[in-house]
Every structure is written in structure tokens, then in C-alpha cells.
Design a protein around this ligand. Structure first.
Ligand code: GTP
Ligand code: MG
Length: 341
């Protein structure tokens, strides 16, 4: 009988036959597959594989649906409870350390709970936490032991921090947690008291930065520390250019816009007339650019509106005003009420 050996970084089954497939190693006595090794030592990400099927989950289980605060607009879009109606679901909103410190977290919980109720999402609890905060991890440990389920699954979209939580809960040091989306390939598992915690491969979400840009580029665009507000006063027909990726043309009077994202993002104001030319000659002007763009015209109603740009960050604007946004073709963009003030 042949035994299955898994990569300790991503859970892929190790194999020596096909270099183009996941889990490839020169020799089966290696701890890490070649992709994990290259990611750890050279920061390179070659193979990009996205498991598409929902994994098999035991019925009498506790499922932690992990979401990053960057993905809040899509929070309830995976109806996992339809696939496994007997399980208990707890929503874990991770990476709250990315939100501005002034965020009213109680209000956020209230809003998300309301939304879940209006969508008839069955769940036991909704927890806000940061996997980087030891206090939050200790609280989560205590919380999990209050459940009697044998199996605890960490499930959720790619890059939401499942592996980071798994490592912190189980003191596993070898599993890899990086900004590379789709890193975990197969379930990793570890005992947790008399329970077992499973770190599952991330669910694939369309339109995020990893679909549009190489890892070496997008890892520098996804925020990793508190997103401090960048405030802009804009006049009619002025535009904000965000890296070489997004342009936002404003129409209205007395307008301001606040951008929340990676601290090193390059944002500058320009005239709407220059946007086309800048994007046409993007190679001369920007470090980051794509080749295909699409355009969206948005009518912003009275009050505060949040525009989410994939997993890059948020723009807050106060309507009424009109916006014309040019952005990479296929990038996820949504308009919602502000999830934080
Ligand atoms: N600031 C901050 N970063 C976090 C937190 N949790 C995870 N991260 C970072 O987010 C990135 C992705 O984390 P992972 O744990 O690999 O995410 P994942 O959900 O396992 O991703 P996949 O395996 O691709 O599905 C890593 O760079 C982590 O360091 C958090 O609470 N706060
Ligand atoms: Mg993972």
C-alpha cells in the first residue's frame, strides 16, 4: 500500500512525476513541495491552482466561515449552508486590524447581523477578530472549546487568513500563510484538545487582484496594516488616479473622497481630460498597469457610499455626485453603504 505524503506548507499530495502539477518534488522525503519552497525562499509564485469544488464536510461539524474585512461586500455570497445544512456556522470576520482604529466595531457587527438576517443566513454567531492579535486568538480558543463538535473547519475565500488562524490555534509552524491567493491546496488538520481543526483550501472569488496581476505585484497592493484614510478635495471634472490601475472622474460640486488601502499606494489628482492619455501611455507613468480596462458610470446618492475595489481597498464619497470609474477589465467593484465611518 502506498502512503500519501502531504506538503507541510500547502497540504498538496507530494508527487515526483509532473513538474507542472501541484505537489511536485524532486524527492518524496522533502517537507515542502517545490512551489512552497520557491515561495518561502525566493518569494516566487508560479503555479496558480484554484480548487473549484466545495470540499466534503462532515455533517456534525462546526464551520467557521472566515472572511477578510476587505471582502465584506461579498460576505454572504457563498451559500455553504445549502451544501451542509446540518453543520453549525459561525462567521469569523478576520483582519479587523486593517480597519481604521476609529471604526465602531459594535455597529459593524450590528449591520452585518442585520444583513445576515435579511438574507436568511443560518448562523450561530458573528465574531470580529484579528489573527495577528494574541488576545483575539485566546478568545477564539475558549470559544471553540465551548462547542462539542468533533470537527472544526476553517472555510472561506482565498487570502482571508484561514491558515494564519489555524497556525495560531494549533501552534503549527510549518503551514504557509502568505498573500498568495490559493496557497492552501488540500486540507491541513491538527488536533485541538479532543477536537480536530481543518484548514481548508480557499474558495475562489472572481475579480480579485490575483486574477489580474502577478503575485510579485499584487502582494504590494493588498493592505497588511491599518488602512489610514487619505483625504482628497476634488473639483468637478477632476480625477483620482490610483497606481496605473484605476481612475475615478468626479462630477459635482464641493466634493471630497477618502481612500482606504495600502499605505504605499500611489494616488494622484489629475484633470479628467488627461486620464485617457495617461492610461494610453501607462508604461511611462506608472509602475503597475494592465492592458484591458472597462468603464462604469455611477450615480452616488445622498449620504455616504463605499466603493470597494476588489481586495485593494475602499473609497468613501458623500453624494449626490456622479463618478466615472475606469478599472481593469474583470476587476470586482461594488457600491454599498459604508461598512465603517
Ligand atoms: N493584518 C492582518 N493580516 C492577516 C490576518 N490574517 C491573515 N493575514 C495575512 O493575510 C495573508 C493571507 O493569509 P492566509 O492565512 O494565507 O490566508 P488563507 O485564507 O489561508 O488563504 P488561502 O490558503 O489562499 O485560501 C497573509 O499575508 C497573512 O499574514 C490578520 O488578522 N491581520
Ligand atoms: Mg491557506
Amino acid at each position: 500500500m502506498s502512503t500519501v505524503i502531504k506538503c507541510q506548507g500547502c497540504g498538496a499530495i507530494l508527487q515526483t512525476e509532473d513538474q507542472s502539477k501541484v505537489g511536485y518534488v524532486l524527492s518524496l522525503d522533502h517537507e515542502y513541495c517545490q512551489s512552497c519552497y520557491r515561495l518561502m525562499h525566493y518569494g516566487e509564485a508560479n503555479i496558480h491552482f484554484h480548487p473549484e469544488d466545495l470540499p466534503n464536510l462532515e455533517s456534525d461539524s462546526l464551520i467557521l466561515m472566515v472572511s477578510s474585512v476587505l471582502h465584506l461586500d461579498m460576505l454572504f455570497s457563498y451559500p455553504v449552508y445549502r451544501y451542509q445544512p446540518d453543520a453549525h456556522f459561525v462567521y469569523v470576520i478576520n483582519q479587523i486590524d486593517l480597519l481604521p482604529q476609529s471604526t465602531n466595531l459594535d455597529k459593524l457587527v450590528e449591520k452585518l447581523t442585520q444583513k445576515a438576517r435579511s438574507l436568511n443566513v443560518p448562523f450561530q454567531d458573528l465574531i470580529l477578530m484579528s489573527a495577528k492579535n494574541t488576545f483575539d486568538i485566546e478568545n477564539l480558543k475558549k470559544y471553540l472549546t465551548s462547542y462539542r463538535h468533533k470537527n472544526i473547519y476553517l472555510l472561506g475565500v482565498q487570502n482571508s487568513g484561514k491558515t494564519t488562524i489555524y497556525k495560531a490555534l494549533t501552534n503549527q509552524t510549518k503551514a504557509l500563510a502568505f498573500k498568495k491567493a490559493g496557497l492552501t491546496q488540500e486540507a491541513l488538520s491538527s488536533p485541538f484538545g479532543d477536537q480536530i481543526i481543518y484548514d481548508m483550501p480557499g474558495l475562489y472569488q472572481e475579480g480579485y487582484l490575483h486574477q489580474l496581476l502577478p503575485y510579485e505585484v499584487y502582494k504590494n497592493l493588498i493592505p497588511d496594516i491599518e488602512m489610514k484614510p487619505k483625504i482628497y478635495q476634488v473639483k468637478d471634472q477632476q480625477a483620482l488616479m490610483i497606481e496605473g490601475l484605476i481612475s475615478i472622474v468626479f462630477k459635482g460640486t464641493n466634493m471630497s473622497a477618502v481612500f482606504y488601502g495600502h499605505q504605499n499606494l500611489k494616488i494622484h489628482k489629475t484633470n479628467a481630460k488627461r486620464v485617457k492619455e495617461l492610461l494610453l501611455n501607462k508604461e511611462e507613468h506608472f509602475k503597475v498597469f494592465v492592458h484591458d480596462y472597462e468603464e462604469k458610470a455611477l450615480r452616488i446618492p445622498k449620504g455616504k457610499t463605499q466603493i470597494t475595489f476588489a481586495d485593494m481597498g475602499f473609497l468613501h464619497v458623500i453624494g449626490p455626485m456622479h463618478l466615472k470609474i475606469t478599472y481593469p477589465k474583470g476587476m470586482h467593484l461594488s457600491m454599498t453603504e459604508a461598512t465603517f465611518q
